[in-house]
Design a protein around this ligand. Structure first.
Ligand SMILES: [Fe+2]
Ligand SMILES: [Fe+2]
Length: 186
């Protein structure tokens, strides 16, 4: 820890406490995406289901990247439970709108993390966040595109499935991604 890092009741910097919270947020996102995938699967929308099953695994990886970072930086690491998961939806649009909202919230969380790392003079932490900030730009863009496609399809979910099949393939490994604790998608 640097001399400018502020101690707290648990002896952790504010940055490290927020990172521990972020593990919970990423696991919550992962579980929420399973709920979305299952809804799509149950409604015979296999392409949308595929995207969200896959997205769930990516969120799990994000959590495990943070866990790896915490372990490597000698931060006492505990694995949290998750927040409430929503399973009741009326339309496909509701699910994607929820996903977009969730991604925007996560972006806000990483922006706060970056601010706190900077304020605390935690350069290692600040550098670690760069990949996540870039990833959030992509994920927000992806969900906002999907929402626009759903709105344009005007209730025709076969059109949406066609778009997803063509234009939303599973992404292959990202060599610049931080390492996870244990195995990962990439
Ligand atoms: Fe994430
Ligand atoms: Fe995400």
């Amino acid at each position: 820890m640097t001399a400018t890092t502020h101690s707290t009741d648990h002896g952790l910097s504010k940055f490290h406490r927020l990172l521990l919270d972020q593990v919970r947020h990423e696991f919550t996102a992962s579980q929420q995406y399973i709920a979305l995938a299952v809804w799509f699967d149950d409604h015979d929308l296999p392409q949308l289901a595929r995207v969200f099953y896959r997205q769930s695994l990516e969120e799990r990886d994000h959590a495990m990247m943070i866990v790896r970072f915490l372990i490597d930086n000698d931060v006492p690491t505990t694995i949290p439970g998750i927040d409430e998961i929503r399973n009741e939806f009326d339309t496909a649009r509701d699910l994607v709108a929820l996903a977009l909202r969730q991604e925007r919230e996560v972006t806000d969380q990483f922006n706060l993390l970056a601010k706190v790392a900077r304020d605390e003079g935690d350069h290692i932490g600040e550098q670690f966040l760069q990949w996540f900030l870039k990833e959030q730009v992509e994920e927000v863009a992806k969900m906002s595109t999907l929402l626009a496609v759903i709105d344009r399809a005007n209730g025709n979910l076969f059109d949406v499935e066609g778009f997803v099949a063509r234009d939303m393939p599973d992404e292959t490994g990202d060599a610049t991604a931080p390492e996870t604790a244990g195995p990962s998608l990439s």
